[in-house]
Design a protein around this ligand. Sequence first.
Ligand SMILES: [Fe+2]
Length: 287
Amino acid sequence: MPKFEPLHDDFGARVTGVDLRPPLPEALRLEIRQAIDEYSFLCFPNQSFDDDGQLAFTRAFGEPEANHVKLGQDGEIHYFGTIGNVLDDGTTRGNADKRTKFQTGNNMWHSDSSFRETPSLVSIMCAHEVPEEGGQTEFVSTRAAYRRLPDALKATIDPLIAIHDYVFSRGKVAPDAVTPSHAASLPPVRQKLVRANPRTGARNYYVGSHAKSIVGWEEAPGRALLDDLLERATGAEHVYSHDWKSGDLVIWDNRCLLHRGSGYDADRYRRYMRQTRVQGAGPTLEE
Ligand SMILES: [Fe+2]
């Protein structure tokens, strides 16, 4: 029987007493699926997954999402992304490597794939090697943040639509961070600013580094609104900081959480975490 221990007042649970390796029993799959709607973040420590097992686990929750970098740059379908500095041949890249710098884009608050027309439902991360210091990932709940908003602001944002744009967000890292074919594969998309969980009805707002502007608003007030919503969500008291341990399998709900990476010393430490994502049910405008 899985045991759920809350990690933060707003969201999150540490789940023990289960072995998630395939085949995943249907009753356990359903329990995890419901727990995602309830807790938004689940950490299962001491799991033992290889890529095949992780992909099978991912498919248990929906259609895996093709990695947009491989798709946009090479036109190839790959389901895995590596978070960290360990290459396929086992060697590492250091702080000065261009790809290490590219990954610093993840250190801005964001929701994975919010720049895709059908954004991600959840991300699933298996931690294989983690640095001895640094490298935590911070999470906040925009469901809890929405609950805290004054009623007048809720009423203002409820009907709004935001533009999310990957080229815009990565432009903050470096002007040449996105290749031309990659950029062409990811045109700006419209997303509902306020979303509701389809099962529970719980509302949240959907912002982050990829959110560029508000449809029908001038740039400056749109930017001010998006920045204000982000600031309200990400105050230190609202943050859960996950300190990765090797063997962690973590699932987070991209519909209603924001997260950001923190730095680590890629010259000193190895970090190897494998990430898959499950596609959402469809464009947020159709929710
Ligand atoms: Fe991310």
